[in-house]
Ligand binder design. Structure first.
Ligand SMILES: C[S@@+](CC[C@H](N)C(=O)[O-])C[C@H]1O[C@@H](n2cnc3c(N)ncnc32)[C@H](O)[C@@H]1O
Length: 249
């Protein structure tokens, strides 16, 4: 049997056609952009540091959709945006050129766990993410979440807009099948049969036992790590906005 720690590694699931043609997501999964907007709005409503700044660390910025929602949410917000896929970061560079120029955002090519381990404890007001953490293998995800806790200042928030699988396995299968059907309908209508295989395989990967992120166990894990006020602010099908706070003392 494979030892659990052998799973604790970063992968690069967005290096192929999924990454180069990532914009197609807004057509096959219209909720993705909405979830990014919601993450931006939640972060915009969080209290600033005493100096009026909000230091945000974004895990898995991709092409910058959620980064933009964060930056547009409020003044005084600065983002360090991490991603381990050069194809995605290249697109983010173009999409965020104004904010890169002003220094409000810094893009870092690194895997989430390595980047977090390089950061000092209590150095971020907020850790935000969208559609990324569900991609991680279980053991890697657990280590990342513990690092997020360490890097947040006491009182700081973790805001995750992500695909949390249903605790009801039958309903989970039904929704996954409905999603696969939608991907096929949209991609066939667009004549993008080249994207069918990678996206359908990606759905299988999301649902695989070594990585599926079910909502109930995910909330328990955050509490076990030490997070407080683990709350679901939005949930529609898999799409969820979850927040958790590192206790103030
Ligand atoms: C589905 S995309 C989401 C992108 C963006 N957050 C958004 O809302 O559009 C997931 C992103 O996470 C990145 N990613 C996956 N695993 C990662 C890891 N271990 N470390 C850093 N980034 C990772 C991928 O390269 C990809 O850009």
């Amino acid at each position: 049997m494979t030892s659990p720690s052998s799973f604790a590694q970063a992968e690069r699931l967005f290096s192929g056609r999924i990454g180069t043609d990532y914009d197609i997501l807004e057509l096959i999964c219209p909720m993705a952009a909405e979830l990014s907007r919601r993450v931006g709005a939640v972060v915009a409503g969080l209290p600033s540091s005493p100096e009026g700044r909000l230091a945000v660390l974004e895990i898995g910025c991709g092409t910058g959709v959620t980064t933009r929602a964060l930056l547009e949410g409020r003044a005084g917000l600065e983002v360090i945006a991490i991603d381990n896929e050069p194809t995605m970061l290249e697109q983010a560079q173009g999409n965020l050129s104004d904010d890169l120029g002003s220094g409000r955002v810094r893009l870092v090519e690194a895997d989430a766990l390595s980047a977090l381990r390089d950061l000092p404890s209590a150095s971020a007001d907020v850790v935000a993410s969208a559609y990324t953490i569900h991609n991680f293998l279980d053991d890697y995800r657990t280590l990342v979440l513990a690092e997020i806790f360490r890097v947040l200042r006491p009182g700081g928030s973790f805001v995750n807009g992500d695909r949390y699988a249903l605790d009801d396995a039958l309903e989970q299968t039904r929704l996954t099948q409905a999603e696969a059907k939608r991907y096929m309908e949209v991609l066939l209508a667009l004549g993008r049969t080249d994207l069918l295989e990678p996206w359908i395989l990606h759905l299988f990967s999301d649902a695989s036992p070594e990585r599926v992120m079910r909502l109930g166990p995910a909330r328990e894990l955050l509490r076990a790590i030490g997070f407080d006020r683990v709350e679901v602010l939005f949930r529609e099908s898999f799409d969820t906005v979850l927040t958790a706070v590192r206790p103030a003392s």
